[in-house]
Design a protein around this ligand. Structure first.
Ligand code: ZN
Length: 302
């Protein structure tokens, strides 16, 4: 790959879809780790809620095994504290382990000191549980936003190798304008750079929208998701799948929230496993770390 990685390449590049390595990732949290939902915001109640995280993560592990693919599992520190055996099982299955913070608070709502403390606590508990190095971070709700660039210095100080938090267009709880390609983020206040794996977008009419994870993947029909992967891979850009255990869980309790928000949180839950199967059988996938190593060859992931 040559040229400036921050510059979009034209759609007319040769079709090399089968050669592009796409990234598979899962944010491991429970159904009640939804941001900005008052009904589940009180962390003292979390222990009293029924949990779906263990059995749905086991289901995800089985899907990965069936397709012979490794993925990155971004664990919430709180989950690693409650279910250390789950982190160990995921690590022993050969998957990459990342952190999704400890408390699932949006980064843009925190100051640097609070984020530093939360991040360190999450890394400690996840590494203790999994027995492997935590390599990277994904912000809850992609909440590293313009003005929150200090977060990258906190990630670098913590020894993380790369970040996978940026969503390249504005969205409800986050978003950061950037290229969709893996690149070196240069906006940290210290002047240091950090490798970044941004989320994927596709063009629908005049808009660029997500399609490869969470509510987008649950809402969109499989043919449209395939179109998104083909369009990215034709340009040599890896697609990034990001899903949560609750995306596979029609049995999740339904939380009190606005109608539009409820639609986004609960649409298409029973279609996720089949869509993921169909994506994994058509395109090449690996963990985020492997995709970053392939995209930025001088990067040392572990
Ligand atoms: Zn999350």
């Amino acid at each position: 790959m040559t040229g400036d990685p921050n510059q979009p390449r034209p759609d007319v590049e040769p079709a090399v879809a089968s050669e592009v390595l796409n990234a598979l990732s899962f944010d491991i949290e429970d159904w009640f780790h939804l941001v900005e939902i008052d009904a589940v915001a009180d962390t003292r109640q979390w222990d009293s809620f029924p949990s779906i995280v263990e059995h749905r993560t086991e289901e995800i592990l089985q899907i990965c095994e069936r397709h012979g693919v490794s993925a990155t599992f971004y664990f919430l520190g709180w989950i690693a504290d409650r279910y250390p055996g789950l982190v160990r099982r995921v690590a022993e299955a050969g998957h990459e382990i990342g952190t999704h913070s400890y408390w699932h608070r949006k980064v843009c709502d925190l100051d640097a000191a609070t984020f530093r403390e939360d991040l360190a606590r999450s890394i400690g508990v996840i590494q203790d549980a999994g027995g492997v190095e935590v390599t990277s971070f994904r912000a809850p709700s992609f909440s590293i936003t313009p003005g929150t660039e200090w977060a990258f210095d906190v990630l670098l100080d913590a020894g993380l190798r790369y970040d996978a938090s940026l969503f390249p267009v504005a969205r409800e709880n986050g978003g950061y304008p950037c290229t969709e390609r893996p690149h070196r983020f240069t906006g940290a206040p210290s002047g240091r750079t950090i490798p970044e794996l941004p989320m994927s977008l596709m063009r629908i009419g005049p808009k660029r929208v997500g399609f490869s994870g969470g509510g987008y993947l649950r809402l969109f029909p499989a043919w449209l998701i395939h179109r998104g992967f083909r369009a990215l891979n034709r340009r040599g850009i890896p697609g990034v799948v990001y899903l949560h255990p609750r995306d596979f869980a029609p049995d999740s309790p339904v939380v009190e929230m606005s109608r539009s928000r409820r639609f986004k949180c609960y649409v298409g839950l029973s279609s996720t496993a089949a869509k993921l199967d169909s994506i994994l059988s058509r395109y090449r996938f690996a963990s985020c770390g492997e995709v970053m190593a392939a995209s930025l060859p001088d990067l040392e992931i572990a």
